[in-house]
Design a protein around this ligand. Sequence first.
Ligand code: G3H
Ligand code: 13P
Ligand code: ZN
Length: 308
Amino acid sequence: MPLVTSTEMFKKVYGKCAVGAFNVNNMEIIQGIVDAAKEENAPLILQVSAGARKYAKHIYLMKLVEAAVEDTGLPICLHLDHGEDFEICKSCVDGGFTSVMIDGSKFPFAENIAVTKKVVEYAHAKGVVVEAELGRLAGVEDAVNVSAKDSSYTDPEQAVEFVHKTGCDSLAIAIGTSHGAFKFRGEAKLDFARLKTIAALLPGFPLVLHGASTVLPEFVAKCNQYGGEIKGAQGVPEEMLRMAGTMGVCKINIDTDLRLAMTASIREYLAANPADFDPRKYLKPAREAIKNMVKHKIRDVLNCSNQL
Ligand code: G3H
Ligand code: 13P
Ligand code: ZN
């Protein structure tokens, strides 16, 4: 079974639930995620950021994901997360990814359309699908740092024009989520009315939610109990994600919750075993922590078990 695009996955889940898209940076993270998806018989998107490519190198991640496909027989989609320009998208298309995101959300509308269209033309010619973004999420990640005042929700009419003019295969929208470990300053809420309008104007078209970690308090607490100083709170409530999956959102991105689960496990292990210095000793439970978190997301949050 080769790597697949997200096209069939999205068709299958549309209106029922969303597929989990999990960020990967190394072998243990990949193994934890694919083991979880295998046990849940769930569709899976593994996504790689520019920072991950810089950290691990494209070829290592590519080969690890190919190994995961061969090892599990799962139909996995390998996706570039937040491609900032045409060049990085081209490099990932040429380098074997089956899906790329061109994140032109920082540009004015016309410029976002132009760069997205260019990526779509290149990617489609090689059988690769394209996610684009319209509207701006607040929050911090390696390549993107958007303050709350610079964030803006997706305009429904613009979304229609954008999709028609670019030919993109899916669209990330801004309806209140944000990247990182601190998402809501006041009440946690998503603009479901806006999502409903966008989905009604683009029937059957796959929408994407970024910044969808829930930042479960017990994981922040466990990190901090063993010496961490993580300022994290108030992620997206799990029931809101489940609801979004029934309203046209087909892909939900989760990274921060995996980072917290892995870090909590490593901190806990090293605190209990201060004499250990074999990385296998602390990475084994860390990989298990990733697996447990992903199983929880697939089964209890996204509701996409047995959707293969
Ligand atoms: O939204 C982005 C992901 O969380 C990736 O983060 O750029 O630090 O790898 P990164
Ligand atoms: P979180 O920071 O909420 O995990 O979002 C990840 C994301 O959107 C990756 O593109
Ligand atoms: Zn994102």
